[in-house]
Design a protein around this ligand. Structure first.
Ligand SMILES: Cc1cc2nc3c(=O)[nH]c(=O)nc-3n(C[C@H](O)[C@H](O)[C@H](O)COP(=O)(O)OP(=O)(O)OC[C@H]3O[C@@H](n4cnc5c(N)ncnc54)[C@H](O)[C@@H]3O)c2cc1C
Length: 342
């Protein structure tokens, strides 16, 4: 009998399978390509909410754990980069200064008001956030998927929830027995009959990828959207938010919206090379969801990562495993039980 079946291989599934491997627990993984939030992600890790200047929820726990997670592979996937918010006006700049004076965010924010970089339009200058950076998440997922294939641990197919059989102390799927199953399906959770009552909503995001030799930027910028350097003169710009369109197709509307703000931000030439879309799994209280199903004790979930999955999923997966294997308590504000009664 296996220890686990895992369904889904975005950042949530990767974090779970990594925690399982670290514990030398056996598993197989089912993954299809119905969702791609992690593959579409900008790769950004940002410790602050740039609008308010406040630290993101529990950043002092999530950020160090995420950095050590992304450094634990045989290649480095995290690059530390400053994040600059481009001020829209003098008033915006003044607000930043008073936010800084009234808050405890000095660990991540620099008081300095910075001049623009070459080829960047920032007449009202920029703030600086420290401690963040960019993760090459697409490369990491592709490499780890390849490794799991080599170990015969992955079925590239849709998991059919109707075929799951429950026994007293284990579950069984197509003849494979396992002690536990963990669903990491992203927005695909809306087709999961065991967790369909969870208030997970889709929020579509789109990015533009462009190439520019002249830009030569080695920092993350934000005006309306984020500009993220990916290396080799390639940059990402986005991402949009849309709660009404759940197709994975790139839209002309989002492209035009992003181009308006990209043209305001950079003054050199560039060439659009791609547009990517994905659906973020978001929760109405803006917190992720993890834990054990109240009826089926060997069924678990890690989901609802919203727009900060890359920073939060590694620690939450570790906590979920400690809960299942060692009985350690979960964080109440993230526990699935806040939505499903026992
Ligand atoms: C455009 C965009 C930009 C973003 N940028 C950032 C960013 O810069 N930083 C950040 O932290 N977050 C970002 N996010 C949010 C982040 O991507 C998500 O929080 C995170 O990727 C969610 O990961 P996940 O593993 O839960 O879901 P997913 O990445 O969607 O993975 C779920 C996987 O499960 C598979 N699956 C689903 N159902 C089944 C089934 N029945 N059988 C088999 N497989 C199944 C799916 O096909 C998929 O492979 C962004 C999101 C979008 C859309």
């Amino acid at each position: 009998m296996l220890d686990y079946i895992v369904v889904g291989f975005g950042i949530s599934g990767l974090s779970v399978t990594r925690s399982l491997s670290n514990r030398k627990l056996s598993f197989v993984l089912y993954n299809n390509s119905s969702q791609n939030a992690s593959l579409a992600a900008g790769g950004l890790v940002n410790p602050l909410m740039l609008k308010t200047g406040k630290p993101v929820w529990n950043v002092d726990e999530f950020l160090p754990h995420a950095k050590s997670f992304y450094s634990s592979f045989n290649q480095e996937y995290f690059s530390s980069l400053p994040i600059h918010r481009v001020f829209f006006s003098v008033e915006d700049q003044n607000n930043h200064v008073s936010q800084f004076q009234n808050s405890l965010t000095s660990l991540y924010t620099k008081y300095a008001i910075l001049e623009a970089y070459p080829n960047i339009n920032a007449p009202y200058k920029m703030s600086e956030v420290l401690g963040g950076g960019v993760i090459q998440i697409q490369r990491l997922l592709q490499n780890e998927l390849y490794n799991l294939k080599q170990q015969n641990k992955i079925f590239t197919e849709t998991f059919n929830h109707d075929l799951l059989v429950f026994h007293k102390n284990h579950i069984e799927y197509k003849g494979t027995k396992a002690r536990n199953i963990i669903f990491c399906e992203g927005y695909g959770i809306c087709l999961n009959p065991f967790f369909k009552q969870l208030p997970i909503q889709g929020n579509k995001g789109e990015y533009l990828l462009f190439k520019s030799r002249e830009l030569q930027l080695n920092a993350i910028l934000k005006n309306k959207y984020f500009l993220i350097p990916l290396g080799n003169d390639v940059y990402k710009y986005g991402a949009t938010y849309n709660r009404n369109d759940f197709s994975k197709l790139a839209s002309q509307e989002a492209r035009e919206e992003m181009l308006v703000y990209l043209d305001k931000l950079i003054s050199c030439s560039y060439e659009i090379i791609e547009q990517i879309a994905g659906i973020r799994p978001t929760v109405k209280d803006k917190k992720p969801i993890y834990g054990t199903h109240p009826i089926y004790k060997n069924m678990h979930i890690l989901n609802g990562m919203g727009s900060r999955g890359l920073m939060m999923a590694p620690l939450l997966a570790e906590e979920l495993l400690r809960h299942i294997e060692q009985g350690e308590p979960l964080r109440k504000e993230v526990d699935v039980k806040r939505f499903i009664a026992t």
